[in-house]
Design a protein around this ligand. Structure first.
Ligand SMILES: Cc1cc2nc3c(=O)[nH]c(=O)nc-3n(C[C@H](O)[C@H](O)[C@H](O)COP(=O)(O)OP(=O)(O)OC[C@H]3O[C@@H](n4cnc5c(N)ncnc54)[C@H](O)[C@@H]3O)c2cc1C
Length: 226
């Protein structure tokens, strides 16, 4: 276990905030990984005091950023306690873990992210850009409305990298056979990374599988609770 020191929170879009933490010097993570944090509070509801969160910052940014949505009065007791956390508070975290990471760039990479599922993808995009490796990558980004999380960060990277392309799918447009066909005449040989609410991840995994992409080339990150 490690202690993360809370520094500040910033509002990204309505109802979504990023929490910045200073990690201990020996804390390392690979872009795309997640942690489980503990926020002790009085009278926790039956969902308890621990949650998994992707780290939305890239390692070169040094601080650990966690980005999450608040449903105001419907929020869990965990989210309410997290929201009012005071700067300098130390919280307990696991080491970073998870396999939603880019190990190989031998093929085109397609990220498909839904809503808050963009968090590990932001980390990976920033990291690859920092390493001058943001090449031959498409981001299919589906969202409930026009409040696009990390829009500016991602579009800045698109401006500077001619082979990094973002395609938005804003409700009522979704990622489906028809919308995918508008982007790709023929799906390229690729590795797919899908992240977001479980139903979306399942649907898009099935879509790419039906297009002939082997499960070996599909990585997923489920965000239960959305
Ligand atoms: C690997 C991994 C990475 C993740 N990364 C992120 C991330 O980067 N950002 C992020 O925001 N989340 C992430 N999650 C999801 C996160 O752990 C929480 O599950 C999610 O934020 C919901 O939080 P909450 O349970 O406090 O519900 P809230 O967000 O407070 O509640 C949202 C709404 O859903 C309802 N609800 C949700 N779950 C339940 C349930 N089990 N029972 C009853 N009602 C429910 C609530 O009543 C409320 O209406 C990740 C999960 C995993 C496993």
């Amino acid at each position: 276990m490690v202690s993360l020191k809370f520094i500040r929170k910033i509002q990204n879009i309505p109802n979504v905030y990023s929490f910045i933490f200073e990690p201990p010097k020996d804390f390392n993570w690979v872009a795309g990984q997640f942690v489980q944090i503990t926020v002790p509070h009085e009278n926790p509801d039956n969902r308890g005091v621990k949650r998994f969160f992707s780290i939305s910052s890239a390692p070169f940014e040094k601080n650990v950023m966690i980005t999450t949505r608040f449903e105001t009065e419907n929020s869990s007791s965990f989210k309410k306690a997290f929201y009012i956390m005071k700067p300098e508070t130390l919280i307990e975290s696991t080491q970073a873990m998870g396999e939603f990471i880019v190990k190989k760039q031998d093929k085109k990479i397609i990220f498909a992210a839904g809503g808050i599922g963009i968090t590990p993808v932001r980390s990976i995009v920033m990291d690859l850009d920092y390493k001058n490796k943001l090449n031959n990558i498409d981001l299919l980004y589906t969202n409930r409305d026009n409040n696009i999380l990390f829009k500016e960060d991602l579009e800045n990277k698109q401006k500077n990298n001619s082979s990094f392309k973002i395609h938005y799918f804003i409700n009522p447009v979704f990622i489906c056979e028809e919308t995918l066909n508008k982007i790709y005449d023929k799906l390229p040989d690729c590795r797919i990374y899908i992240s977001g609410p479980p139903a979306m991840v399942k649907g898009i995994t099935e879509l790419f599988s039906s297009k002939g992409i082997s499960k070996d080339y599909i990585r997923t990150d489920y965000f239960p609770g959305y």
